[in-house]
Design a protein. Structure first.
Length: 456
């Protein structure tokens, strides 16, 4: 990429966009951008010296066309004024995914792809490299709780990237080692059907130069890639990398032995609870072991992993009440999260507060959402968060609600949520979980404070 003096981001507050903005800001470029609304991420960017504005106004676009590179996210509407302006006035304009591809080109890229599980797994990979002393730069789809950021910068030549399948973005990456966590149907507004999603993942696998580590059972074959193919699993001994559970410690954490082709790492434990995080740890460790990181350092790093904000993120923990926040927004993700919670707290009454994300996803997976959410004791279902989409006639949260068979369920507007929660009586053994990828995170602190007071 030729040198530019100014890099301008349209949608700078997105989790992936903000990491790239931080990267170039740290390298001394002039960085600025637009986002729709202020958020903790945009406030953090501003505190780091990045100028951010919140109105669609072309006067904020740098006027030095030759020395300005514009980066945009496909989540921005195509008719957004600033985007149309730069496209019509001679700027070089590229998608976020192309930018990440250019950053990782020529480096040893460790990538994690999958329709779910990739953020925690890629953050774990970056922690294994960092805590072991190997070091890496990392572009993450969430905020690492170990490091308080979605970006790590290191002087070495290893880069860890979350490989996002949305808009086929991951096809800009050419990893040395890659994990594929899942290939479930999602983003059908982009792909049309499951066959095209699988085709995209196979194309991603074909771009891996060294080793593809696929979750055991995924349809990745030698016909799809010249890379070596290995597999990982939570506990299936047929996989190259898998866990053998040994004992629980009574607090939701399970110890396990990690089996891999070169031996066994004894007595591992992940620093965050849940069976799904053991599975994520196996996938992350598979990358680290394949790269050549010392097994004992991997064991130590797994124990010190603090997790990712909004991924099985424990907000409140007491004998009487637990509260967990989770970004899950696909039926399979939700099922994994809820079964992990059930496994850790089997005697607690489970209340899920779910905000569907996107009209298209609600339309395409309404039955799957209803099935996964039926496993709770009480469901509080909110209106759909639209993100980039316009409403679709007949598509509301009601089409999920009708299929839910949980013993208790209620359909609420966001504005009604806190008053409803204030009126609930706790049983003395309750676990609450907020679930969704929209703006439900704005309720996390108020819910945590309310439940803390109720459970005292």
């Amino acid at each position: 990429m030729r040198e530019y003096r100014h890099i301008y981001f349209i949608g700078i507050g997105g989790i992936g966009m903000s990491a790239i903005a931080r990267y170039y800001n740290a390298r001394g470029y002039k960085v600025s951008g637009y986002d729709k609304t202020p958020s903790p991420l945009t406030r953090a960017l501003e505190s780091e010296g990045i100028e951010v504005h919140y109105e669609d106004n072309v006067s904020f676009v740098p006027k030095d066309v030759e020395n300005t590179l514009v980066v945009y996210t496909p989540a921005i509407p195509k008719d957004m004024g600033e985007l149309v302006y730069v496209q019509e006035h001679g700027y070089r304009v590229i998608k976020r995914s192309r930018m990440l591809g250019e950053i990782s080109a020529g480096q040893r890229c460790m990538a994690v792809a999958g329709t779910h599980g990739k953020t925690t797994t890629s953050t774990l990979v970056s922690h294994l490299f960092t805590a072991s002393g190997e070091g890496c730069s990392a572009f993450l789809g969430g905020i690492s709780k170990n490091y308080g950021t979605n970006l790590l910068i290191h002087s070495g030549n290893v880069v860890v990237a979350e490989a996002d399948e949305f808009d086929r973005s991951f096809l800009q990456l050419f990893p040395e080692i890659a994990v594929i966590t899942s290939m479930d149907p999602d983003h059908l507004d982009i792909y049309g059907d499951e066959a095209h999603i699988r085709e995209a993942f196979k194309a991603f696998a074909s771009q891996v130069s060294g080793t593809v580590i696929a979750k055991h059972g995924l349809d990745i074959t030698p016909a799809d890639t010249k890379a070596k193919i290995m597999t990982y699993s939570y506990d299936d001994p047929a996989a190259d990398f898998h866990a053998v559970l040994t004992e629980g410690d009574g607090t939701g954490f399970t110890h396990f032995d990690l089996h891999y082709p070169g031996g066994v790492i004894r007595d591992c434990v992940v620093g965050i609870p849940g069976w799904v995080n053991i599975e994520n740890a196996v996938g992350a460790s598979a990358i680290a072991l394949t790269y050549g990181i010392d097994p004992e350092k991997i064991r130590e790093a797994l124990a010190s992993f603090s997790g990712v904000k909004r991924r099985f993120d424990i907000q409140l923990k007491s004998d009487r009440c637990m509260y967990i926040d989770d970004y899950a927004h696909h039926p399979r993700e939700i099922s994994a999260s809820l079964t992990s919670i059930r496994g850790n707290f089997p005697d607690y009454k489970l209340t899920a507060i779910f905000q569907p994300h996107l009209y298209t996803r609600t339309r395409d997976f309404a039955d799957g959402f209803a099935e996964s959410l039926s496993s709770v004791d009480r469901l509080i279902l909110l209106d759909i968060y639209p993100a980039r989409e316009e409403p679709i006639p007949g598509v509301t949260s009601e089409i999920i609600f009708e299929g839910v068979t949980a013993p208790e369920k209620v359909l609420l507007k966001k504005s009604e949520l806190m008053d409803y929660l204030k009126g609930l009586e706790l049983t003395g053994k309750d676990v609450f979980v907020t679930v969704g990828a929209g703006d439900i995170d704005r309720f996390v602190d108020p819910i945590k404070d309310l439940l803390y007071e109720k459970s005292r």
